[in-house]
Design a protein around this ligand. Structure first.
Ligand code: SAM
Length: 243
């Protein structure tokens, strides 16, 4: 069988594409990607013209089965997402699982990821940290989730979109209490910046709106929670039910 290469691509700055990523993308038989137009642009930049197979959230199951057949037939496949590391708040997990189940060798081509990029420059205690990806869009579900996280004694990291960040910050103040936080915007890009403040102040500062891609890092609860392990267990159950 062929190999599945899970290739991280830049989260903004093309200079972050690794040599190994370039070599891999240039040598595989085809590339499974989210948005073929975006990946075509990347391939044009690299001066390569591989076969592209679209692989996106809504069709993950179906496309994963097809890709595993190709792998079993001996094709080497590169998996990329629109930006950063596949399977991290992006499609990829289902294909990786199915490939592993089929005994395919899955090779990580490590590189940019917004969570680790933000944590690396946050200066908040990076371990332990909890990565929640995108919080639920529905207010009641978002608040429930935040309440479960309120007593966790670890740094909390989330992705959020610019149009939802104000609501999310308001819910955080309500459910977690006001805490020190950092909002990283446009990491690795020209307008990269970090807004550092309490959650409530950030909420005020963002009244005029904000643009760009965002990672939010929040200080954890003091390590005095009665039983953080019980909270974690509850959370894990919640996540499992969501999958
Ligand atoms: N797989 C990607 C990764 O490895 O980070 C994440 C994909 S997820 C669909 C996109 C979200 O990641 C954005 O909404 C934002 O929260 C975060 N993100 C991606 N690029 C970013 C950047 N340059 N600066 C800040 N956040 C970024």
């Amino acid at each position: 069988p062929g190999k599945l290469y899970v290739v991280a691509t830049p989260i903004g700055n093309l200079g972050d594409l690794s040599h190994r990523a370039i070599e891999t993308l240039a040598s595989v038989d085809c590339i499974a990607c989210e948005d073929t137009r975006r990946t075509k642009n990347l391939c044009r930049y690299l001066d390569i013209a591989p076969r592209l197979i679209s692989y996106y959230r809504e069709k993950e199951q179906e496309k994963a089965a097809l890709l595993v057949e190709l792998l079993q037939a001996g094709k080497n496949i590169g998996l990329v997402s629109d930006a950063g590391t596949p399977a991290i708040s992006d499609p990829g997990g289902i294909l990786v699982r199915k490939a592993r189940q089929a005994g395919i060798h899955v090779v990580p081509i490590a590189g940019p990821c917004a969570v680790t990029t933000a944590l690396s420059v946050a200066g908040l205690s990076p371990t332990p940290f909890f990565f929640g990806g995108f919080l639920p869009a529905k207010k009641s579900e978002r608040q429930n989730m935040l309440r479960r996280l309120a007593s966790l004694p670890c740094t909390l990291v989330f992705y959020e979109s610019p149009h939802r960040i104000s609501d999310t910050l308001a819910d955080m103040v309500h459910c977690l209490g006001d805490r020190p936080a950092q909002l990283f915007r446009e990491l690795t890009k020209i307008y990269e910046e970090c807004l550092e403040d309490t959650l409530a102040n950030l909420c005020d500062r963002l009244r005029g709106g904000i643009k760009g891609e965002l990672v939010l890092i929040i200080q954890g609860a003091p390590d005095t929670a009665a039983d953080p392990a019980a909270n974690l267990e509850e959370l894990l159950i919640w996540y499992r039910d969501e999958q």
